[in-house]
Structure formats: structure tokens, C-alpha cells
Write a protein that binds this ligand. Structure first.
Ligand SMILES: Cc1cc2nc3c(=O)[nH]c(=O)nc-3n(C[C@H](O)[C@H](O)[C@H](O)COP(=O)(O)OP(=O)(O)OC[C@H]3O[C@@H](n4cnc5c(N)ncnc54)[C@H](O)[C@@H]3O)c2cc1C
Length: 400
């Protein structure tokens, strides 16, 4: 599958890659992590730190799948509001999912600090704008539901919004629990740290895993040789459907632009993360060197050729819509790219053992919070492998 195209901002300047080489013979390990994107990196880092003998396998270079396309807003707020999620999956599960996501955000902060990653990490508030008056009327209930869980969130009135931004909206929610980062640099750093702790990282055609068999040990058939392991983690992103019998998610195309640096951001309160209630939603963030990244304009298909043909038109639309919010900023795209992403029907990720192979874990952080849920997945899986039960274990089964 062609996961992305165009030039993501994060690939403009090369990150210090982890020590990766192609697989050219059999390997044995304790845990095989398939996928060297952000989810695989978070998992491998934690496992290596816990003293596990880890092999990471990826058919692409590390961090060059969906992770390179990500805009990397780190939020606990799911694409499905809590009130709606309570209706679709039940109150207890919805509440636990939101709390798990909030833990995921905290966990990313902790990992960035502990690992010493230099990855443009910044903690920023997240502002969720009501796109119209009907959406504004629903925000107080959403605010109350989140507060019941102890999540710090406030409502913003039209006057509050006018004081913070050069545009008007009928209401907004402001959460003090967001962050942003450079996903390629964080991935590369975590894999370098894992490698320094003994993890072996194999990337390229030889590291493409075509099948997994059970036996005394798991046998992973890869182009360059057989990898045997006690356990495996499928951190294979949106290509994971190949390992599953039933379809678990629908694939979409989504578009992003990034401006040139040095934009005037003085009318953008706290350089907060911004998104809105409309679906598909427009979302914006900044970078430490004052670029603006704008994403959205999703299309309900994943065909790469169709997706890529739309990049120029979608880039122009994103620039125009963002320009209506911040007229002082020059939204001429310096970078434009597109990516595939997947959503389950509930909006929740899949973090579970494969039903037919309980030694194999799936770590699929579907949806707009893919990175947050990548951290949750790494935590749940590393706890289970270490013999500890995580409070969110069992919360994210395969749908159906
Ligand atoms: C445009 C865009 C914007 C996004 N914005 C955000 C955002 O703001 N915030 C957020 O939290 N999330 C966001 N997401 C989602 C997030 O980026 C993804 O959920 C996340 O990057 C997925 O990481 P991953 O490691 O699971 O997958 P990937 O980065 O795709 O890594 C999976 C790896 O597995 C490898 N692989 C697959 N199959 C095999 C195999 N058989 N053998 C060997 N290797 C294999 C692939 O080569 C790939 O490198 C966005 C996604 C897109 C596309």
C-alpha cells in the first residue's frame, strides 16, 4: 500500500537515522516488533528499557510510513466526542477510552523527557471550535462529561474567542492537555535509544514479513530469513488488515500543507492546537520556527493515484480556509502532502492479542489520535509482556 505522497515537512531535513540494516539471515529474539513507525518505536524503546531482547522489522526505512505524514497533534480528545462515544459504546467503555487517551498524552510527555528526545516537543492547549450554532449548543454537555472524568477543560464564549483569535466562532472548548512534536525525529530517537539498549533494527525488502506461524516459538517468514520469537507485536499501521480476517477499519485520504517559517503568530493565543466540530474537520498547529501546518479535506477513498492527483487542489483549499481564520499569515504551501489513514466504526483503536495467536499483539492506533494510541498500545503491550496487567488491557478489542 502507498501510505503517503508529496513531501512531508518532517523529511525536509534528514533525522539522525537509527542503526538499521537489511535482514540477511535468521534471527532469534524474545520479542519481534513488526513496524518501525512511531508505534513500533515506542514499543521497542520500552521493551529494550525493560531488558527484553528485541528485533524490529520494517519493509520501509524507519519512520517512513504513515508516521512521516502525520501532523503530530497529541491530544486525548478523540474524533468522536465523549458524549457521542458514550452513546455508541456505552458509558463505562467510553469513559475508560478517554482516560486511556489522556494517559497516552501523559506517557508521551514522560517518554520524551526520559529518553531525552529532541523532537520539537511542546505542551500546548487544544481548542475545539464550534463550527456552527448547533455544534455550540452541544459543547456544554461535552465539557461537563469530560469534567466528570477529571479532565481539565473549559468552554470559551464568543468574546473569549474574539480576545484570543482574529476570527469569530459561537463557542469552543479549551483543553490544557495537548502537545505537538516532530514524529520522524521522535521515532528515530527512540529507535536509536532502543538500539543502544541492544535492540536489533532490520529494515528493507529483507525485513518484509509475509507470514507468522505458531510453534514452540513464533516463526516470522521475512524476505531475508526466518525470525523466531517468543512473542510478536504487529505495529504495522494501516497495512495491518493483511493479518486480519474481518475488515476492521475504513481507509480514507487526508491532506496537509505547511507554510514557510517565520509567520506572524501574535494573534494566535498560546499557539494552541486548533480543530473544529465539522466533519471532516480542518485543523491547524504551528512549529517552533513559526510555520503553520494545516490539515483536513479528507476523502472517503484510499486509492493512491486518485488521492495524489488531488494534492494541488486540496492544498489550495486548505490555504484558503486557513487564510480566512488568520488573514495575516501567508498560507502559500511550502510543503504539501497526502496520506492514508484508517478509522474504525467506533473511532477506537485496536490493541489486543490476535485471536488465533495470543502471543501476537496488534497495536493499531487508528483514527486522528494514532500517535496517542500508539503510546497507549506500547504501554498495554509492554505491561503484558512484562507480566503486569495494564488497566486498559481488554479495552480495545477487534470490532465485531
Ligand atoms: C496526514 C496524516 C495526519 C495525521 N495526523 C495525526 C495527528 O495529528 N495526531 C495523531 O495522533 N495521529 C495523526 N495521524 C495518525 C498517525 O500518524 C498514525 O496513526 C501513526 O503515525 C501510525 O503509526 P504506526 O507506527 O502505527 O504506523 P506507520 O508509521 O505506518 O508504521 C508502520 C510500519 O509498519 C511497516 N510494515 C507494514 N507491514 C509490514 C510487514 N508485513 N513487514 C514489515 N514491515 C511492515 C510499514 O512499512 C511501516 O513503516 C495522522 C495520519 C496522517 C496520514
Amino acid at each position: 500500500m502507498d501510505l503517503r505522497s508529496g513531501t512531508p515537512l518532517w523529511l525536509a531535513e534528514p533525522a539522525a537515522d537509527p542503526p538499521e540494516s537489511d535482514l540477511d539471515g535468521p534471527l532469534d529474539c524474545d520479542v519481534a516488533v513488526i513496524g518501525a513507525g512511531i508505534t513500533g518505536a515506542l514499543t521497542a524503546w520500552q521493551l529494550a528499557r525493560d531488558g527484553c531482547d528485541v528485533v524490529v522489522l520494517d519493509r520501509r526505512e524507519a519512520g517512513k510510513g504513515s508516521t512521516a505524514a502525520s501532523t503530530a497533534l497529541i491530544e486525548y480528545e478523540l474524533d468522536t466526542p465523549l458524549v457521542e462515544l458514550r452513546r455508541s459504546v456505552g458509558r463505562a467503555r467510553a469513559d475508560r477510552a478517554y482516560l486511556a487517551a489522556a494517559d497516552g498524552v501523559r506517557r508521551i510527555r514522560q517518554i520524551v523527557r526520559e529518553s531525552g528526545a529532541v523532537c520539537g516537543y511542546e505542551e500546548l492547549p487544544s481548542v475545539y471550535l464550534a463550527s456552527d450554532t448547533a455544534a455550540a449548543e452541544a459543547l456544554p454537555a461535552e465539557c461537563a462529561a469530560r469534567r466528570e472524568l477529571g479532565l481539565a477543560v473549559t468552554t470559551l464564549s464568543p468574546a473569549d474567542i474574539a480576545n484570543r483569535f482574529p476570527f469569530s466562532r459561537p463557542a469552543a472548548l479549551c483543553s490544557d492537555h495537548g502537545a505537538q512534536l516532530d514524529p520522524v525525529r521522535l521515532t528515530a530517537h527512540l529507535l536509536r535509544s532502543a538500539a543502544a539498549g541492544g535492540a536489533r533494527i532490520r529494515t528493507g525488502v529483507g525485513a518484509a514479513v509475509s507470514a507468522i506461524q505458531r510453534g514452540d516459538r513464533l516463526k516470522l517468514a521475512a524476505g531475508g530469513g526466518m525470525v523466531t520469537a517468543r512473542r510478536a507485536v504487529l505495529a504495522t499501521g494501516y497495512e495491518s488488515q493483511a493479518y486480519l480476517e474481518a475488515s476492521v477499519a475504513s481507509l480514507k485520504s487526508t491532506y496537509v500543507i505547511a507554510t514557510s517559517p517565520g509567520q506572524p503568530l501574535e494573534h494566535w493565543a498560546d499557539r494552541c492546537l486548533l480543530w473544529e466540530t465539522a466533519r471532516p474537520y480542518l485543523y491547524l498547529r504551528t512549529t517552533p520556527d513559526a510555520r503553520v501546518i494545516v490539515g483536513g479535506e479528507d476523502e472517503p477513498f484510499a486509492d493512491a493515484e486518485r488521492r495524489d492527483a488531488l494534492i494541488p487542489g486540496k492544498a489550495a483549499l486548505l490555504a484558503e480556509r486557513a487564510g480566512r481564520l488568520f488573514p495575516d499569515i501567508d498560507f502559500t504551501p511550502a510543503f504539501a502532502w497526502a496520506g492514508t489513514f484508517a478509522e474504525t466504526s467506533t473511532g477506537l483503536p485496536c490493541i489486543t492479542r490476535l485471536p488465533a495467536m495470543p502471543e501476537v499483539w496488534l497495536a493499531l492506533g487508528y483514527g486522528g489520535n494514532g500517535i496517542t494510541f500508539g503510546a497507549v498500545a506500547a504501554d498495554i503491550i509492554c505491561s503484558a509482556i512484562g507480566g503486569r496487567r495494564h488497566e486498559a488491557e481488554g479495552l480495545f478489542p477487534l470490532p465485531g
